[in-house]
Design a binder for this molecule. Structure first.
Ligand SMILES: [Zn+2]
Length: 203
């Protein structure tokens, strides 16, 4: 059961396609599992379509229609190959780095995003904390398996964490299963080993 969702602002940015790709990937992972947010997204997209309908038309150049018709016959671009069959879409088609140890019982595997946000997988063992960090922009985390708890509540598979203030304590893995989550941020200030890994890897 999913209990934690993205904010309306974040969902609207996702619908508008204005989230950097790493953050959009994390939101998509939540949406794939959350019928509540999929319904909200459909409403937002319908609203966006209505706004487009109200725009004043502008004249097109004379050959616009023939150029469009030429493109109709072009084959659709092939999707990127599946690189990580063990991970859910859209992570399965992303270029991921190798696993980096980031302290006792925790590992980090960066994704190559490179457009204003960074992100990656974090795997932490039971009773271990996720890396300490401070926020300087939008940060999203989606849990793929296992559970963690922080000052704002407990999070399980499919839940999306979008902290509005710095964590008063770092998320702690609870239960007996390791916690695998995907984290992305516009400007997280990482501390400790994950900060070192982020600066060393450079993406
Ligand atoms: Zn949701």
């Amino acid at each position: 059961m999913i209990r934690h969702h993205p904010s309306e602002t974040t969902l609207a940015a996702y619908a508008a396609g204005s989230l950097p790709s790493a953050l959009s990937t994390v939101a998509a992972l939540h949406l794939a599992r959350c019928p509540v947010c999929r319904r909200s997204l459909a409403t937002l997209e319908a609203t966006g379509g209505a706004v487009l309908d109200e725009l004043t038309p502008v004249p097109l150049s004379g050959d616009a229609l023939s150029r469009l018709l030429d493109r109709v016959d072009e084959p659709a671009p092939a999707p990127p190959p599946i690189l990580n069959p063990d991970l859910p879409a859209p992570l399965n088609r992303m270029v991921l780095g190798r696993w980096w140890p980031i302290g006792l019982g925790a590992r980090y595997r960066p994704m190559r995003a490179g457009d204003g946000a960074w992100g990656g997988l974090v795997l932490a063992q039971p009773n271990r904390s996720l890396p300490r960090h401070g926020h300087a922009g939008l940060e999203l985390t989606c849990i793929l398996s296992g559970r963690f708890a922080d000052g704002s509540g407990e999070y399980g598979p499919g839940d999306l964490s979008e902290p509005v203030v710095d964590h008063d304590r770092p998320p702690l893995v609870i239960g007996t299963e390791p916690c695998l989550c995907v984290i992305a941020s516009e400007g997280m200030k990482l501390r400790g080993l994950l900060g070192l890994a982020q600066r060393t890897i450079g993406y």
